[in-house]
Design a protein around this ligand. Structure first.
Ligand code: NAD
Length: 302
């Protein structure tokens, strides 16, 4: 592996890529760290750091659960929010709700379809004049071991959960440049702790962490930060197994609560508060990171 160290060379040496001081610096004068400071578009003003005023955010999977919680929280913090979901009734209902207090736009589409992702980014930019934040949250969980699962279920799981992150990021990144843009990917504790019968889901969530790191590296010099959240059990419709009876569900919930050291499962708001921090200027030096939001569930050694 080769690395290219930042050139701090003296007189006559190459100037660092991010140097502001180059032209104005007296020949032969020592190079100060301040000369290496990034352009001002990289450095936030130090006021109202966790506000999102004048920012435009796309949240995928915003009709329900964690995505709806994040959209609501971002709007409270001042953002115009683009709500993207395959559930058109649900996303329109969220739009009606959020329009009572701020700016919101519902777009119906499938996160795994390239034309839908591209179209959503273009519509967000056309409607609100730019784009600052993308939260790749939409996801599904298909059960099965690799033997039980069909290859079309595998493709669907990977396309909805992982290819979608690639697609939305691909079309959003050109708009995020120069705006202190942020991408936040919703992974899961399944990315690093496996559970029986969720092979493809676990693979999709681990893949999201790899992609988060790669994009943070590839686009950091453009001032774009990329992070991920790994939620534990969060109280959303995804937690309810289709066809389970009320008493099954109550027993399952009791078991789930018992593995959380904080004595409860998470809420969409718990994830939304962490999301707001990570996309805001409060986290302006945090990129390529993974924040676990799981009430200490996965730290247990047994
Ligand atoms: P949810 O089912 O309440 O919400 C998921 C949303 O994504 C729904 O509105 C759904 O319509 C939408 N969606 C699904 N497929 C889509 C597609 N192809 N195109 C566009 N939208 C689509 O689930 P949730 O619990 O809020 O999950 C949100 C994210 O959080 C998922 O990525 C999930 O894997 C992750 N997560 C959830 C938990 C949990 O315990 N609930 C834990 C860890 C991670």
């Amino acid at each position: 592996m080769t690395t290219s160290p930042l050139p701090l060379g003296g007189e006559g040496g190459p100037q660092p890529a991010l140097s502001r001081g180059g032209a104005g610096r007296v020949r032969g004068a020592p190079l100060l760290l301040a000369d290496l400071a990034p352009p001002s578009s990289f450095t936030p003003r130090r006021s109202n750091l966790t506000r999102l005023d004048n920012k435009v955010a796309i949240v995928t999977g915003a009709a329900s659960g964690i995505g709806a919680g994040i959209a609501e929280r971002f709007q409270e913090a001042g953002a115009a929010v683009v709500l993207f979901d395959i559930n058109s009734e649900g996303v329109l209902s969220m739009e009606r709700k959020l329009r009572q207090t701020g700016q919101a736009l519902a777009i119906t589409g499938d996160v795994s379809r390239e034309e839908d992702a591209k179209g959503a980014v273009e519509q967000a930019v056309r409607t609100f004049g730019g784009l600052d934040i993308v939260v790749n949250n939409a996801g599904i969980e298909l059960a099965g071991t690799v033997v039980q699962m069909t290859s079309s279920d595998w493709d669907r799981q990977i396309n909805v959960n992982l290819k979608s992150v690639f697609l939305f990021s691909k079309y959003a990144i050109p708009h995020l440049r120069g705006r202190r843009g942020a991408i936040l990917n919703i992974s899961s504790v399944h990315a690093f702790a496996s559970y029986e019968g969720t092979a493809a889901y676990d693979a999709s969530k681990a893949g999201i962490l790899g992609l988060t790191r790669a994009m943070a590296l590839d686009h950091g010099r453009e001032g774009i930060r990329v992070n991920a959240i790994c939620p534990g059990y969060i109280d959303t419709p995804m937690l309810v197994s289709p066809g389970s009876t009320q008493s099954d569900a109550a027993a399952a919930m009791q078991q789930i609560v018992s593995v959380h050291r904080l004595g409860r499962i998470g809420t969409p708001r718990d994830v939304a508060d962490a999301a707001l921090f990570l996309v805001s200027d409060s986290a302006s030096f945090i990129s390529g990171s993974v924040l676990v939001v799981d009430g200490a569930m996965t730290v247990a050694g047994h």
